[in-house]
Write a protein that binds this ligand. Structure first.
Ligand code: MN
Length: 128
């Protein structure tokens, strides 16, 4: 049985491939969208336990999409973890203000990635 389902919203094919491999190896069911519109379409069909959200996306960016999801009662309980190249303190705040529940810095540290995901999912279970 899958450990849980995760929607990855990321437009960079290299990052996407890396994230998909890391999550699949850990036993997660992985869904992929490469832009905000695809993500919204996907979310009308699936209910993931976690969303990994790239911030720089074509057209609607990850922060706008996060705000939209967090304003919608259908989606607001799904934790959203930003995947961001932003390293500045202000940017971290921007990500959290948009409604993200946490963030992972790019480039992705493969040795920490799966533990980080597990920790976020554990928090979700603990709260429910
Ligand atoms: Mn991007």
């Amino acid at each position: 049985m899958a450990k849980g389902s995760i929607l990855v919203v990321e437009d960079n094919p290299i990052n996407l491939k890396l994230i998909k491999v890391l999550l699949t190896v850990e036993g997660y069911e992985v869904f992929i969208s490469t832009n905000a519109e695809e993500a919204l379409d996907m979310l009308s069909k699936i209910h993931p336990q976690l969303i990994l959200m790239d911030i720089q996306l074509p057209s609607m960016n990850g922060l706008e999409l996060t705000k939209k999801l967090k304003a919608d009662s259908k989606y607001q309980k799904i934790p959203i973890i930003a995947i961001t190249a932003y390293a500045m303190k202000n940017d971290e705040q921007k990500v959290l203000e948009a409604g993200c529940d946490g963030y992972i810095a790019k480039p992705i540290d493969v040795t920490k990635f799966s533990q980080t995901i597990e920790d976020y999912l554990k928090d979700v279970v603990d709260q429910s």
